[in-house]
Structures are given as structure tokens and as C-alpha cells.
Design a protein around this ligand. Structure first.
Ligand SMILES: Cc1ncc(COP(=O)(O)O)c(C=O)c1O
Length: 405
């Protein structure tokens, strides 16, 4: 017999299913075939026999997750330090790769200090919750990632203000509204917005925030979560800051997207990381990533900062431009830009589902995004270009899309 709670939960799930907004059971990848004959890697999916898929929905922008040196680096870390950390850092200590990685991330972003967490989601929580005191006003972009929204829900600031997406005039209006309502002001934005691949005009954002610094007793602090930007855009892969020339006080990134590993981090002043190591529950009471993961990321950074890294980045931007042109030449609407997230704006839930089914039938893995993940009317297929896609892969996907009726 079903429990009463189960019945209520089933009703909820049924509602999502009938509205077409349920995410459904995730596909299970059962194998990866290496690149051959001009194709990039192909994916085998449980339930689809031997059908080979090109994957267009991965955040692994650099395409390095199967790189042999990166895989070997993981083994070195695990052989030396074991498969897992065994406890949180204040209990049994950090392992050398954790500390090396924090220093390396700080120097990669030209900051005093770095701090790693088990994911970028908890990094955002770990930064935002402790910094939002009862006397803080927080100002946030309306399209910020769910981790920022939930961190703001968990905190108890004096006031929350939301400005229109990337609208700097509205940000300024909200800053004016915030004056006098708290001792501290925190302004938070995504760097790259993951649904559309657009980005905050960070230089202007920085200028506006700085101009209000003297109007708050504890000043204005800026935070950007650039989980989709770092490693995927900017001439040397330093993300939105490099694309725009702007800089924030606290920069959050992930180790699980372009870097192809797992975990999250922030870089900031030494004082900020010292404070957060004492106050962020998501850091204090939760295990760090494994030493093997940390050594993998260190290897990815070596590659990114080498000639191989620059050629991956230029290939990535070439493939992104090729895909974008393919979409527009085929009569599809996209949002153009330098980031490898390339949305096909469908603007209709049912048609999005039909197109995803067509793509899947023809060997392409892609993800449809519907309300509430994106606003109503912005339904889209989010294509993501990776460094291991070839020109042949891109042309193949465009050809499948051209044949959709
Ligand atoms: C802006 C942003 N922050 C955080 C995350 C979560 O990253 P992680 O998987 O490392 O928790 C994402 C992933 O979608 C994201 O887009």
C-alpha cells in the first residue's frame, strides 16, 4: 500500500509529466567510443543498442575528460593519497593536492587566495550564506543560477532586490534603492548565463557597484559565478573577466564543466577565504574533492596554459562559429556570441520535445529547456560545443536539423 506522502508526491510528479515540464529519467551512457575517421567521440546509450550518438549537451567544453595525461594524473593522485579524503579538512587535514590546487587557481585568476568545495553549487551557498548578514542588502540578476537563488533563500539578509537580466540601468536603480537599507551591500551575478550563453557586461557592472562603495558602511562587494565561463571563453580561457575586462571581488567557478573533473572553487582576497574557512558550513562540514580529482584539475590547468590549450580554445571558438552559422543559414533563431553554449530558440514546449526526439532518432544527444528552467516563451534546445567536436560532427548535426519537419 502506498503511504499518504507517496500519494501526494505521485500527484505532483504526474502534474509535471502532464505539463511536459518533468525532466524524466536521465539517459544512461554505457560506453564511449574514441574519435575516428574525422568524427569526435561517440556515445553508446543504454536501451539504444549499438546506435552511436554525438553528444551536444555536455559542459565539458575543453573536451579533456578522456585525455590520457589527465586520466594518468588522476591515478598519480589516487595512488599517493588514496581514493577519498576520509574526512572533512578540519578533522583529518588537507591533502597536498588540495592546497596545490587552491594556490594554482588563485594564480590562474590573479588573486591572493583560492578555496575549493565539493561543487560549484555548494561554493555559491558557502560564499553567499555567511556573507549575507541581517544588515546586508543583496542585489541579484533575475536569471542567476538556481544555486544563487537558493543561497539567498537560506540567508536572512535585510533586503533582497532583483534587477532585470543584464540591465545595468536597472542595477543602478536597485543600488540607489538599497542605500540606507543595510550596512553591507552584496551584488551577485552569473558570469556566463548558462541557458543562453550570454554574459554580464562586467566592466559596467563593476563601475556601477564601485560607485556605490562609499554609500554603505561595510562597502559593496561583487560576486560572479562564472561556472560556464572559466575554461570555455576568453583568449586564454579565463572566462567572463577576460572577455569583458571587468573584475569582481569574489569569483566562483566549477571544476566540473570546462575542466571536465568535479568540484567547485572560489578565488578572492586572503581575508575572505580565511573568513569563509571559519564560517561556511558547506566547507567545514562536507568532504573536499578527492586528491585524484585535484591532481586531474592541476593537469588540465597545465594543458590549458600550454600551446595545446590555446589550440583547443581556438578550435572551440571556430566550431562554435561554424555551428552558429549553420543554424542561421538553416533558418533557425539563435543567440550569437563567443561562448560555446549555442541555443536554438524554439519558443514552444511541444516543438522542443519533437525536435529533441528527432535529434535522438538521428544520433544526436541534445537537451530541451522548458519553463520553469527558462522563462515561458524562451523554450530552447541548448547545444553545447566541446573542444573534441570536429567540423564533421558540427556539419552532421546541422544536417539533421535541416531535415526536421
Ligand atoms: C552558474 C552555475 N553555478 C553552479 C553550477 C553548478 O555547478 P556544479 O555542478 O559544480 O555544482 C552551474 C551548473 O549548471 C552553473 O551553471
Amino acid at each position: 500500500m502506498k503511504s499518504k506522502l507517496d500519494s501526494v508526491l505521485i500527484t505532483h510528479i504526474d502534474k509535471l509529466n502532464s505539463a511536459g515540464t518533468a525532466k524524466g529519467v536521465a539517459l544512461v551512457v554505457k560506453g564511449i567510443l574514441p574519435p575516428k575517421e574525422g568524427n569526435g567521440p561517440r556515445y553508446l546509450v543504454d536501451g539504444f543498442g549499438n546506435q552511436e550518438f554525438v553528444r551536444m549537451n555536455s559542459n565539458s567544453y575543453l573536451g579533456l575528460s578522456m585525455h590520457k595525461d589527465v586520466l594518468a594524473a588522476e591515478k598519480t593522485g589516487s595512488d599517493a593519497f588514496g581514493a577519498g579524503p576520509g574526512a572533512v579538512r578540519f578533522v583529518s587535514g588537507s591533502q597536498m593536492p588540495h592546497v596545490d590546487l587552491e594556490k594554482r587557481l588563485a594564480s590562474f585568476h590573479n588573486r591572493e587566495s583560492g578555496m575549493i568545495f565539493s561543487s560549484a553549487y555548494v561554493t555559491s551557498m558557502g560564499v553567499i550564506v555567511p556573507l549575507l548578514t541581517k544588515e546586508t542588502v543583496v542585489i541579484s540578476d533575475e536569471l542567476n543560477h538556481n544555486c544563487i537563488i537558493n543561497a539567498m533563500r537560506l540567508a536572512r539578509p535585510a533586503l533582497k532586490l532583483i534587477y532585470k537580466h543584464n540591465d545595468m540601468a536597472d542595477l543602478e536603480a536597485k543600488m540607489n534603492q538599497a542605500v540606507g537599507k543595510g550596512r553591507r551591500c552584496i551584488v551577485v551575478t552569473d558570469g556566463i548565463f548558462s541557458m543562453r550563453g550570454d554574459f554580464v557586461p562586467l566592466k559596467e557592472f563593476e563601475r556601477i557597484c564601485n560607485s556605490f562603495n562609499d554609500k554603505f558602511e561595510e562597502g559593496v562587494t561583487t560576486i560572479a559565478d562564472d561556472s560556464h565561463g572559466v575554461g570555455s571563453c576568453g583568449e586564454t580561457g579565463r572566462g567572463t573577466e577576460e572577455l569583458t575586462g571587468g573584475k569582481v571581488d569574489i569569483l566562483i567557478g566549477t571544476l566540473g564543466k570546462a575542466f571536465g573533473v568535479n568540484g567547485g572553487y572560489l578565488v578572492a582576497s586572503k581575508t575572505v577565504t580565511e573568513y569563509l574557512r571559519e564560517t561556511a558550513p558547506m566547507y567545514i562540514y562536507s568532504n573536499p574533492i578527492t586528491a585524484g580529482e585535484a591532481t586531474r584539475v592541476l593537469k588540465v590547468l597545465d594543458i590549458l596554459e600550454s600551446e595545446e590549450g590555446s589550440s583547443i580554445l581556438s578550435h572551440l571558438s571556430e566550431m562554435t562559429a561554424r555551428f552558429e552559422k549553420g543554424l542561421t543559414d538553416s533558418g533557425y533563431e539563435t543567440i550569437s556570441g563567443p561562448h560555446p553554449v549555442t541555443p536554438l530558440m524554439v519558443r514552444n514546449t511541444k516543438k522542443t520535445a519533437d525536435m529533441i526526439a528527432w535529434l535522438r532518432k538521428n544520433g544526436v544527444l541534445a537537451t530541451g529547456l522548458n519553463f520553469p528552467v527558462v522563462p515561458k516563451g524562451d523554450e530552447e534546445i541548448r547545444f553545447q560545443i566541446n573542444g573534441d567536436h570536429t567540423a564533421q560532427d558540427i556539419d552532421f548535426v546541422i544536417d539533421v536539423l535541416k531535415k526536421f519537419k
